[in-house]
Design a protein. Structure first.
Length: 574
């Protein structure tokens, strides 16, 4: 089964259709390659657009937050020059309630203690805080974050402005608390891309506020590594992200924007119609169109000529490729050449068949004349036998006449056969036995003869020694077994794949001790068996009498398909 499928597959691959389809598919492959290049270019353009949008979203969000902080700083600049009065707390409270930009305001002396605040924080001093130390060291403005339960009850951004004396010495600070919740409303709503997530991060990388906590790495963020550039990382869900950061309020606060990073494969799946389906449909449409045109213009005409050639191979040379007139010029030229070749072959075949028929007629005539000449010789010997008075001479003349009769029968069988080359042993033996018994028949003496023979077709070179051996065996039976008596004669011929056996059995008195072991008849039988590369056996018959047996290799010609001289198949021998 596997070999059959392999042969079918090999035959299919060797066909012009499959080879042409493969060649066309390869030839049209640049369409897919060009589509892939264009898709890659489109992906890069889309990726660059997303990166620009992400950078712009981060910058816009940072700008919005910076505006809010700058407004708070401007208010603090105006507040720092006012002196500390007994109603300081009341004034700060009124400013917090009227402005709405802060959750708290405070005045701090040079030691870091709160002079007044609205509302008053739970801690009494900010000494040691980095932002306060920065103001003490000369920094005009400082920023920081205030976690809950410390300076502010809720997460907020601390904006502080340095106060100085008339001589320029550090005289404390004015601080404002800007709630991160307020920054979130203003800052995180400014994104330009719907898929972007934004986070407010301090300088230490702590996320103060975000649109989606899981959209950022779990191990923290280093804002300094993200400022004004894109970094690819993974979020807490394990998805690839692109991140960038923009600082505001100095280097204390950052806005970090994050967006999913779509790889080439993911982008191709998202844009499957434009990237995969349309190019593939274009490639298939081009391939099918070319295949259909090729089928109509070339392949179907080649198949038509193939069918015409198959009909000619079966001997029907009268069929002409008349429909090829509608084919292209090259196919018409091929059809015309094939038609001329077929006509030439048909003319040559007719001439050869005529010559073969003449040869067959001549061969039949030759065989017929040889048979007639041998019959004339047989008739002359018969006349000569009648004129002889010596019994030994008459017996010798009778044996010679029977041998010549066998040879004449061979030539008669040849010119009567269909091939002029082979003769069926079974038919020949029946005719031979009938003629031998008819020639030696005597009044009042009846010989019951039976012939059982398997069909075997042989050439004259093998048939002649078989026939002469049979003549000697039958003649011996007539002389010794049926001398003055009736009897039974059995001739059997069996043909096997290896050996063939010819037996002549009589029911006479058997082998006489007085009979010479070697005579002319037995000498001839031995010689004839050697011509066949066989052997002769003379045995006692189980029922009494003599059994003469010839064993020889079955001729190889019996395993072939025979044809006549004109090339026509005749029969298959067993």
């Amino acid at each position: 089964m596997r070999r059959w499928r392999k042969r079918r597959l090999d035959a299919s691959f060797k066909g012009i259709r499959l080879r042409l389809a493969v060649a066309l598919a390869i030839a049209l492959a640049p369409v897919l390659v060009l589509s892939a290049i264009q898709s890659r270019t489109a992906f890069r353009a889309e990726e660059e657009r997303i990166e620009r949008d992400l950078l712009r979203a981060s910058a816009n969000s940072a700008h919005a937050a910076q505006v809010r902080i700058d407004h708070a700083v401007a208010a603090l600049q105006a507040l720092r020059v006012s002196p500390v009065s007994p109603d300081c707390t009341a004034r700060l409270t009124a400013l917090v309630e009227d402005d709405g930009l802060y959750s708290g305001l405070a005045r701090i002396d040079r030691s870091g203690r709160f002079q007044c605040a609205s509302p008053m924080p739970s801690v009494r001093t900010v000494a040691g805080r980095p932002w306060f130390d920065a103001l003490r060291d000369g920094r005009p403005v400082a920023f920081s974050t205030a976690p809950g339960a410390s300076i502010s009850e809720t997460p907020a951004v601390v904006a502080a402005v340095r106060r100085e004396t008339a001589t320029g010495r550090f005289d404390g600070a004015v601080a404002a608390l800007v709630p991160i919740a307020d920054l979130q409303l203003d800052v995180l709503g400014q994104g330009d891309t719907p898929a972007a997530d934004v986070a407010l991060v301090d300088g230490a990388g702590r996320v103060l506020a975000t649109t989606d906590v899981e959209a950022f790495p779990a191990a923290g963020i280093v804002p300094g590594d993200l400022t004004d550039r894109l970094v690819r990382t993974q979020d807490q869900r394990g998805e690839a992200r692109v991140m960038t950061a923009t600082s505001f309020a100095g280097d204390d606060l950052f806005v970090v924007a994050s967006e999913p990073s779509q790889g080439l494969f993911r982008w191709a799946i998202t844009n499957a119609v434009a990237v995969i389906v349309l190019p593939l449909l274009a490639w298939l449409a081009a391939l099918i169109s070319v295949m259909v045109v090729t089928e109509r213009v070339i392949v179907r005409w080649l198949s038509y000529l193939e069918r015409i050639a198959a009909i000619h191979a079966r001997g029907r040379h009268s069929v002409r490729p008349i429909h090829a007139v509608k084919a292209p010029d090259e196919i018409r030229t091929l059809a015309a050449a094939m038609d001329e070749m077929v006509l030439a072959i048909a003319a040559r075949d007719a001439s050869l068949r005529e010559s073969l028929d003449e040869k067959d007629a001549l061969m039949r005539e030759i065989h017929h004349r040889v048979k007639n000449n041998l019959q004339v010789i047989t008739s002359l010997l018969n006349m000569q036998q009648r004129a002889l008075t010596d019994a030994a001479a008459r017996a010798a003349m009778s044996d010679t006449r029977q041998r010549i009769t066998a040879l004449a029968l061979i030539y008669r069988s040849l010119y009567q056969s269909g091939t002029l080359k082979r003769v069926d042993v079974a038919v020949f033996l029946r005719d031979l036995v009938a003629q031998l018994l008819a020639a030696e028949s005597r009044p009042g003496r009846t010989i019951d003869c039976s012939v059982q023979a398997d069909p075997l077709v042989v050439d004259p070179d093998k048939l002649a020694p078989m026939a002469l051996w049979a003549v000697e065996a039958i003649s011996n039976a007539q002389k010794h077994a049926f001398a003055g008596r009736e009897g039974r004669l059995a001739i059997r011929f069996t043909s096997g794949p290896e050996d063939s056996v010819l037996e002549v059995e009589d029911d006479g008195p058997g082998i006489s001790p007085a009979e010479p072991v070697s005579g002319l008849g037995r000498t001839l039988m031995t010689a004839f068996s050697r011509q066949l590369r066989g052997e002769t056996q003379i045995l006692e018959s189980p029922g009494g009498g003599v059994l003469a047996r010839l064993i020889f290799p079955t001729p190889e010609v019996s395993l072939e398909m025979l044809t006549d001289s004109s090339g026509r198949r005749s029969q298959r021998v067993a």
